[in-house]
Write a protein that binds this ligand. Structure first.
Ligand SMILES: [Zn+2]
Length: 519
């Protein structure tokens, strides 16, 4: 069992995202791994030290571990990112982890490296036990909602970039999950979690279209591309620009496409009232055309708590904004200490237009998107790409190649709405698991035939249907994990932002500030 020492909604949501069974609340009995996620009191620190040194396993931020082992002496330091260095299982399928927060460097750190060149993580025995100490506080990092320009590694004349979440949520989660895998393995236990993919799929692929200002002929070209590759897409309609084409979207919905809302006016406001008005108008116009949207993607991938409140008020089930998260599993942001009603469904943030700006050739565009697909498959996570009608029409051969590759590599396709609704069933699934010498016992409230439990141990795994039952380990067929993605050293070069990019980021902030003041 994994226990979370302090009740913290951000940590709890991260563990739910991973789909692990855990308890919350300062217990040390019958425990495989302790996650120490707050400063322990003096008596607690003593108990925790005894627990670990007598054979327990601990994951903690360096700052929270310092009261337990006063000899640690973490030095506070601003932390931009940490990166893998050499081969460590803690960085399996994890690239650079963008932290952008207060951090703590420990002199005996031995895994990974920080942006200032210090070693990042301590993974070390403590007498008979073991601890992994991270140089940052996970909950504090994930509680931030800021965005900033970020370059993505590619074999292109310039790196493609967009304004995205400042924190690498997906990689923070994957790093934490790898720490848990490692610590459980120390205790001879597998990592057991609900699959991040429906059914027994090895991957799942989807394509999102933000309609923006695309002329009708381009919208029709997108629909032809969908037919050509045998997929249905998720379309997010800019109702203000496409009010006269709602018939086309109603027709696409009848043909199985997923038609949802982008906006009425193509902007995100800093305040609640204008956001509410924007999405209320858009939703009403679509409903009048016979389409009832349950999902939104906000213009420019922008997100703020007032947008979020407006989407909650309008009863949307989910939204997708890469300024909040990208390349991550769905999750609910914690706003004012409360779990959001609107599920966030992240996508990959780089589209064709960004690759055009990076001066990519057609072959480089294909190679870029194929590498994104490969990465998500290696992670056993869904892959969602997105684009706009003009670019899709202009580069339909490039995209046909990419979409067919994504379909083939992932092995199944979905839409954002279908996936968001599956994820909500996964969230509601109440289960627990126990390991014993006899095998694995799953206890579930109900059965769900599109959910499965993944059991990972070392380089092997197997999946089981998520239903109550006992599974003797000897009877199970182990499969080999997908080959992990190799760390791309271009990631390091991509962290150095050019003056041009800094300037454009500054102008964007000025524009948003002025928009706020216009009232
Ligand atoms: Zn847009």
């Amino acid at each position: 069992m994994i226990d979370l020492w302090g009740e913290d909604p951000v940590w709890q949501e991260l563990l739910r995202q991973e789909g692990v069974s855990f308890s919350s609340g300062s217990r040390l009995s019958d425990l495989a791994v302790l996650v120490l996620n707050r400063d322990p009191g003096e008596a607690e620190a003593k108990r925790i030290r005894e627990y670990v040194e007598s054979g327990g396993c601990l994951l903690a931020a360096a700052a929270h571990a310092a009261p337990v082992w006063p000899e640690l002496k973490p030095a506070e330091k601003r932390l931009r990112w940490i990166a893998p260095q050499g081969d460590s299982p803690l960085f399996r399928n994890v690239g650079i982890v963008d932290i952008e927060s207060r951090g703590w460097v420990l002199p005996d750190a031995n895994i990974g490296v920080t942006d200032s060149g210090d070693k990042a993580i301590v993974a070390a025995s403590r007498r008979r036990g073991f601890s992994i100490l991270l140089p940052f506080d996970v909950a504090q990092v994930l509680a931030g909602f800021a965005s900033s320009p970020r370059q993505f590694p590619a074999e292109t004349p310039r790196f493609p970039y967009d304004t995205v979440a400042r924190v690498g949520r997906g990689d923070v989660r994957r790093l934490v999950a790898n720490c848990l895998r490692f610590l459980l393995a120390r205790r001879g236990l597998p990592y057991v979690h609900l699959a991040s993919l429906p059914g027994q799929a090895g991957g799942v692929f989807g394509f999102r279209v933000d309609t923006d200002f695309g002329p009708r002929q381009d919208l029709e070209a997108v629909a032809r591309l969908a037919d050509r590759v045998g997929m249905t897409f998720s379309w997010y309609v800019n109702v203000g620009a496409h009010a006269t084409h709602l018939d086309l979207f109603a027709d696409l919905a009848r043909r199985g496409h997923d038609i949802q809302l982008h906006c009425q006016r193509h902007t995100v406001y800093p305040d609640y009232e204008r956001n509410l008005e924007n999405f209320r108008y858009g939703k009403a116009a679509m409903s009048a055309a016979g389409i009832t949207p349950v999902g939104v993607v906000a213009p420019f991938g922008e997100w703020n708590p007032n947008l979020n409140r407006a989407l909650e008020e309008q009863g949307f089930e989910y939204s997708s904004e890469f300024c909040l998260a990208y390349d991550d599993l769905p999750f609910r942001p914690i706003v004012d200490g409360r779990l959001d009603k609107v599920l966030q469904v992240p996508v990959h943030p780089i589209c064709l237009g960004r690759l055009v700006a990076a001066r990519a050739s057609a072959a480089q565009m294909v190679a870029y998107f194929r590498s994104v697909v490969d990465l998500q498959v290696a992670r056993h996570e869904p892959c969602f790409l997105y684009d706009h009608p003009e670019r899709i029409a202009q580069f339909s051969d490039v995209l046909a190649d990419v979409l067919l590759y994504g379909k083939e590599r992932c092995g199944s396709v979905t839409t954002l709405t279908e996936f968001a609704q599956w994820w909500q069933r996964r969230e509601r699934f109440d289960w627990s698991v126990r390991m014993s010498d006899a095998g694995l016992a799953i206890q579930a409230e109900a059965s769900a035939d599109d959910l499965s439990v993944v059991v990972e141990h070392g380089n092997s795994f197997f999946t089981l249907p998520a239903v109550t039952g006992r599974h003797p380990l000897a009877t199970l067929t182990w499969r080999t994990m997908p080959e992990p993605a190799r760390f791309d050293p271009r990631n390091l070069a991509a962290r150095r932002l050019s003056l041009r990019l800094r300037a454009s980021s500054f102008l964007r902030r000025v524009r948003k500030t002025l928009q706020g003041q216009r009232g």
